[in-house]
Ligand binder design. Structure first.
Ligand SMILES: *Cc1c(COP(=O)(O)O)cnc(C)c1O
Length: 377
């Protein structure tokens, strides 16, 4: 018997050329600043190893991951890349970081002390970044710790690769908090005059030169997601999720669809049942009732609204208005060229980041080649 090829599963198709194009576009926007690539959370669901390799070939040298494990996975793929670990230095991890040449983003005095200890042992200033909190209250040194950090640097000869911070409201470029945080960051940098600075995620990179400093750190925009709210998205969509249609059925006016009978058909309808549910990452918030429309999928390029409550493994869509009746085994596009990740996110009351990173389970990931052929991951 032939090995299972997964031809009955859905497929997530990642367009690496589009991700590379997005990175190159951001690299142009950031002009003289270095353009890193944020590849945390398995490259926003697109595959850390494949995305890392493709971007590295395109010229990216600096990568950000969240955890040490992600850093190790990327190190195996890219022996020469500069890899920053955003979540910092876990207790006891300094040796691993130095051996694997992972650079911790030091977020607290205790992390700094742990790093300085290994620097002293090895008698060298091992590369790391310093992260100051300018308004997130999440990770990072408090501003008033700057003088302590500075004193420790002078005492030990430690020179960080970079000093960074993170904007809370970059997706709204006109937000006053951006100006406040930038001003705080600029005055902070006067304490670290020779050290490269980094402030910008995707939105801040696209938001203006004043955010760029010496390195930008885009994530979502690489994958085609919308970074800035309320503006046309200049990036190329890079990800398509297609799940199989299981059944097509006719249903009568007055009948209901799904759990809770939340949708009553108000016309003679044709429905398609799709093998995609909340266990695969299709949010229950995309359910559609008679009073609250839900998300949409696309079938042969035509939009089909979700009717009733999204169940664990299935959802039902209205295909009454489609010009052609699809057959079981054909795919429905959950997001892709006809349904952007952001329109799906808007319908679910969330953001494209969550749509991308929630997809899991019963599909196979493919990468689209330059010539359009699909290669299984
Ligand atoms: C995730 C992250 C980024 C990338 O953000 P995007 O909005 O996806 O571009 C940049 N910097 C930090 C500190 C992050 O946590």
């Amino acid at each position: 018997m032939a090995a299972h090829t997964g031809q009955f599963s859905g497929r997530l198709i990642v367009d690496l050329a589009a991700i590379v194009r997005n990175w190159s576009g951001l690299d142009k926007v950031s002009a003289t600043a270095l353009t890193a690539a944020v590849v945390k959370a398995d490259a926003y669901g697109c595959g850390l190893v494949a995305v890392g390799l493709a971007l590295s070939k395109a010229g990216a040298n600096f990568f950000f991951v969240a955890t040490p494990e992600e850093g190790l996975a990327l190190r195996t793929t890219l022996p020469d890349a500069h890899i920053f670990v955003l979540n910092g230095l876990p207790p006891g991890a300094a040796t691993l970081f130095t051996e694997q040449r992972l650079m911790p983003v030091l977020n607290s005095l205790s992390e700094l002390d742990q790093w300085l200890q290994i620097c002293l042992q090895r008698e060298e200033s091992l590369p790391a970044a310093l992260h100051f909190d300018t308004g997130m209250n999440r990770l990072g040194f408090r501003l008033q710790e700057a003088s302590i950090v500075k004193a420790k640097m002078e005492e030990t000869g430690f020179l960080p690769q970079m000093v960074m911070s993170h904007l809370a409201c970059a997706d709204v470029p006109g937000h006053e908090k951006n100006r406040t945080q930038r001003a705080i960051f600029q005055s902070l940098m006067t304490h670290f005059p020779e050290i490269p600075a980094s402030l910008a995620n995707s939105a801040a990179t696209l938001g203006g030169r004043e955010n760029h400093f010496q390195m930008v750190r885009p994530g979502i925009a690489l994958y085609g997601g919308r970074a800035i709210s309320g503006r046309p998205n200049p990036m190329t969509q890079a990800v398509t999720l297609e799940m199989p249609i299981l059944q097509v059925r006719e249903a009568r006016t007055g009948e209901t669809v799904g759990y809770g009978a939340t949708y009553t058909l108000n016309r003679e309808s044709r429905l398609a049942t799709i093998a995609m549910g909340y266990a695969d990452g299709l949010f229950r918030h995309l359910s559609g009732s008679n009073t609250m429309p839900g998300g949409k999928v696309a079938i042969n390029g035509h939009l089909a609204p979700i009717l009733g409550i999204v169940s664990m493994d299935l959802c039902v869509v209205d295909i009454t208005d489609l010009p052609e009746v699809p057959s079981p085994g054909e795919f429905a596009e959950i997001f892709g060229p006809n349904v952007s990740i952001d329109s799906q996110a808007d319908a679910a009351g969330t953001i494209g980041y969550e749509v991308l990173t929630s997809m899991k389970g019963r599909f196979i990931r493919f990468y689209r080649d330059e010539d359009g052929t699909l290669v299984q991951a």
